[in-house]
Design a protein around this ligand. Structure first.
Ligand SMILES: [Zn+2]
Length: 498
């Protein structure tokens, strides 16, 4: 199959649309069959972000409806990662956490067509996962993810083939294959090799399809490998990186596209297949999802419904999600790329909150991975729900005593974890600018001294990256007291801003 592929900016694509679309097809010539794909990936929030100015699935629903007016052959796809993690998903409703139920509800309402698994689909329990599959009114596909017995999940085929009909009744067959990175696997999941299985799936459908779309949730290097090694794949729609990517790889320059996480952007792919020459033309552009796009009222209603259900759950857990707790004069940066690499105003507020509720402590430490908002809170009103978004998993603050030697090991590992959720945030701790030695308060860390540390229960469980030795069985660590949920401490700390 000969294929031309153009991945261009929004501005640059216009002349091609004129050339490729608006020029009529002379009679007697085979038909150009046009179809469109609206792509999302890595969406954790149903609501708008950045104070309502960005993202929001009700806005994506409007984009979808507009595309359907333009061409009824429009498919909306999701390249994985949306059951978890999210703040709303942690709300307990009717005894169980929502755990992605809100996301499936909204995607059903907006009319998602196809989805493949991301690694975060398996953060929830097996029972929750099977419930989410059963609730999905869109079509799942996965070539390589199986249950622990190696069986396919209910109604999740390895691939999907859709027939697309052109204006004169000619048809083409478009095959969708799906594959997922085997990272943070759950005990109830097994994986076939994502690359080898995709080769097998493409081989299985290539003779009965005209176009093959790979819906992937892989690291970019693996998507590049697919492009370079499976030439039958025409376009790769991926996820996992959380930042927009467009690349062309392989000898026929197969395009790879990933949108920004949380539907801050979506990709729109317009494809045109010439049934005479078998040429496929792909025009792709990234579309920022901003307040310039109206909320689709039907989808917005479903978003509101799930927000309200989650808020009822938060109220039952002692929160008042709508309550205003502060009016911040500065933006509070909770982006993962920021908090996993350094301090921000937000990380300092949380570290101070942990410090202030600790019992006569010298310092505080918490893991940056407990911050899940991946968003910037703009200056202005902060509600209790914003705090839940920042720290959706909560967890108790604890006061411990530890040896200076252990403390030094912990702080060094926190630095070594830079870039991941195990990067540690602190209050009462700094480094001497000349020697890089640790300072506790204004004095050098003394390995023969005992320190009192306020931290979070997760960090003394031994489960953090490289910190397996930090647990209550360690004789150099003593649990002194417990201080309750970190979110209430942050609410108190924010109240002090007023
Ligand atoms: Zn992922």
């Amino acid at each position: 199959m000969v294929r031309w592929s153009f991945g261009l900016s929004q501005a640059a694509v216009l002349p091609l649309i004129v050339f490729g679309w608006l020029v009529g097809v002379p009679q007697g010539v085979a038909e150009e069959i046009r179809f469109q794909i609206l792509q999302m990936n890595d969406v954790y929030e149903i609501s708008t972000l950045a104070g309502g100015t960005e993202a929001g699935l009700a806005r994506v629903a409007t984009i979808r409806k507009d595309l359907l007016v333009e061409n009824e052959n429009t498919l909306t796809v999701m390249a994985g990662d949306f059951f978890s993690p999210s703040a709303l998903g942690t709300a307990k409703v009717g005894g169980d956490r929502l755990a992605g139920q809100q996301m499936v509800g909204v995607l059903n309402a907006m009319g998602l067509d196809l989805a493949t698994f991301g690694n975060h689909e398996f953060d929830i329990t097996e029972a929750q996962f099977r419930d989410r599959l059963a609730e999905s009114r869109f079509q799942w596909l996965s070539g390589n993810v199986r249950d622990v017995a190696g069986e396919r999940w209910n109604n999740v085929p390895d691939y999907v083939i859709r027939t697309i009909e052109g204006e004169t009744g000619e048809t083409i067959r478009v095959g969708f294959v799906g594959t997922t990175i085997p990272s943070n696997p759950a005990s109830y999941v097994s994986y076939l090799d994502p690359i080898e299985k995709m080769k097998a799936d493409v081989a299985a459908i290539k003779d009965e399809t005209d176009v093959i779309v790979a819906l992937t949730h892989l690291a970019l290097a693996e998507d590049q490998y697919l492009a370079e090694n499976i030439p039958e794949i025409d376009i790769i729609l991926g996820g996992h990186e959380h930042e927009n990517i467009q690349q062309w790889r392989g000898k026929d320059f197969t395009p790879i596209f990933k949108a920004d996480a949380n539907a801050r952007t979506v990709y729109i792919h317009r494809l045109s297949y010439d049934t005479d020459t078998d040429e496929l033309i792909i025009n792709s552009h990234i579309k920022p999802v901003t307040e310039a796009i109206a909320l689709d009222p039907d989808t917005a209603k479903v978003v509101d419904y799930w927000e309200q259900r989650a808020f009822e759950g938060f109220r039952a857990s002692g929160f008042d999600p709508g309550a205003i707790i502060a009016n911040s004069t500065v933006a509070l940066d909770g982006l993962e790329s920021s908090v996993r690499n350094g301090q921000t105003g937000l990380t300092n507020l949380i570290a101070d909150a942990v410090f202030s509720v600790g019992e006569n402590v010298d310092l505080s430490i918490f893991n940056s991975g407990s911050i899940r908002i991946d968003d910037v809170l703009p200056p202005g009103i902060i509600t209790q729900y914003d705090v839940i978004r920042v720290l959706p998993f909560g967890g108790d603050i604890v006061t411990v005593e530890m040896s200076g030697a252990l403390l030094e090991r912990v702080l060094n590992q926190g630095l070594a974890n830079r870039g991941s959720g195990g990067f540690l945030q602190t209050a009462g701790v700094s480094q001497d600018p000349d020697t890089q030695n640790w300072l506790i308060g204004d004095r050098p860390l003394d390995i023969s001294q005992t320190y009192r540390v306020a931290t979070v229960e997760f960090l003394i469980s031994g489960k953090e990256t490289g910190l397996d030795f930090l647990n209550t069985d360690n004789p150099e660590l003593t649990l002194v007291s417990e201080q309750g949920d970190i979110r209430f401490a942050l609410i108190d700390q924010l109240t002090k801003l007023n």
